[in-house]
Design a binder for this molecule. Structure first.
Ligand SMILES: Nc1ncnc2c1ncn2[C@@H]1O[C@H](COP(=O)(O)OP(=O)(O)OP(=O)(O)O)[C@@H](O)[C@H]1O
Ligand code: SF4
Ligand SMILES: [Mg+2]
Length: 335
């Protein structure tokens, strides 16, 4: 695969753990209902040991990217390399054997656990599937994993419903770590947790990344979490990446109106008084695919030229690109 221009920090010598080029996925729905273009021509790369955040409204295609990355959803076109292996077109058996090195943690901690399994059984399950550990050695490995996610050994005999949401998510993280993965995809891992426990889970994820050299893709609606954990952030709209770059740079110097809208909505306690909230109305449309900029129906800056074709990425700073005709222009929305 050719080297990818986006989503890395440009550090010399850094290896690439994930490389995606031209990823496209359409869901074919029942006759009479328009097909859903969930992901269109998405490209990025993630350096080993770093984190790419993906933000965007509900329905923008974030989870579909995550599932394609792990080979859980087949792609229509594009190339995906994880840890140097090409996933697209790989036989199912091969994908299953690679999966121990790339794991996913989902948003709903309780639904991700089997209610019939005690904690130690839940954590042992992936070890039984992917390793030869058995008996006492297996038991010690389970306790070691629980310690790594800061869960007391006494919790090992509990069932999921006897744990708090934060503890359940720590069990899911222990399960994900069991097979010594190198890549973790985190699909809104703290979204359903109380604000008071979110920070602890994020701190744990950072500590685990440091200890094991993990590469993360973190999907989140929460820009605070993105700021805390990610080196890079990609902003996704209607199946496409519209802006990508170093997290501090993108969030302090956004160049796509949609990124500005997301930041404005976050900064304001009341989304109705955020700078763009009054102008950017409506929802992400995934079935209507006009030829121009997909954000045009909601964009306060649109001009006729925006309807002519998908805007190309413009470089606005080192490693920072935005797909807007006016990416090189700052706009003061307070006027
Ligand atoms: N299996 C499927 N069959 C049909 N359509 C699907 C399927 N999975 C996702 N979609 C559609 O694809 C689009 C993108 O969905 P996706 O779940 O990737 O979005 P998302 O950004 O993760 O949203 P959220 O923030 O709500 O989790 C949506 O319109 C969704 O309805
Ligand atoms: S290309 Fe045009 S419609 Fe699209 S975001 Fe930029 S100004 Fe708005
Ligand atoms: Mg999702």
């Amino acid at each position: 695969m050719s080297s990818l221009p986006m989503g890395n920090t440009g550090q010399e010598g850094a290896s690439i753990a994930i490389a995606v080029e031209g990823l496209t996925k359409t869901f074919h729905t029942r006759r009479g209902i328009p097909n859903v273009v969930a992901v269109e021509d998405v490209s990025f790369s993630v350096e080993t040991g770093s984190t790419l955040g993906i933000v965007g409204e509900s329905g923008s295609g974030k989870s579909t990217v995550a599932r394609c990355l792990l080979g859980l959803t087949p792609v229509d076109s594009g190339a995906i390399e994880v840890l140097g292996r090409s996933l697209v077109g790989a036989p199912a058996k091969q994908l299953r054997s690679w999966r121990s090195e790339m794991q996913i943690v989902f948003q709903e901690p309780y639904e991700s656990l089997d209610p019939r399994y005690r904690v130690h059984q839940a954590v042992a399950e992936p070890l039984l599937l992917h390793t030869d550990l058995r008996g006492d050695v297996l038991g010690r490995k389970v306790l070691d994993l629980l310690e790594h996610v800061s869960l007391q050994p006494e919790l090992a005999r509990r069932y999921p419903h006897e744990l708090s949401g934060g503890q359940q998510q720590r069990v899911n993280i222990a399960r994900a770590l069991a097979t010594s993965p190198k890549v973790l995809v985190l699909d809104e891992p703290t979204a359903s947790l109380d604000v008071s426990v979110q920070e602890g889970v994020l701190r744990l994820l950072l500590a685990l990344q440091e200890e094991f050299g993990l590469t993360y893709v973190l999907i989140s609606h929460d820009l605070t979490a993105i700021r805390a954990v990610c080196e890079q952030v990609a902003v996704m709209y209607a199946g496409r990446f519209v802006e990508i770059g170093p997290v501090d740079e993108v969030l302090s110097n956004p160049r796509h109106p949609y990124t500005e809208f997301l930041i404005g909505a976050e900064l304001s306690v009341d989304p109705d008084v955020s700078p763009l909230a009054g102008i950017v109305r409506g929802e992400v449309a995934t079935s209507e695919r006009p030829p121009g900029c997909l954000f045009a129906p909601r964009c306060p800056m649109r001009v006729d030229q925006c309807e002519e074709g998908r805007p190309l990425f413009e470089s606005v700073a080192p490693d920072h690109v935005a797909a807007c005709l006016f990416a090189d222009r700052s706009v003061d929305w307070s006027d």
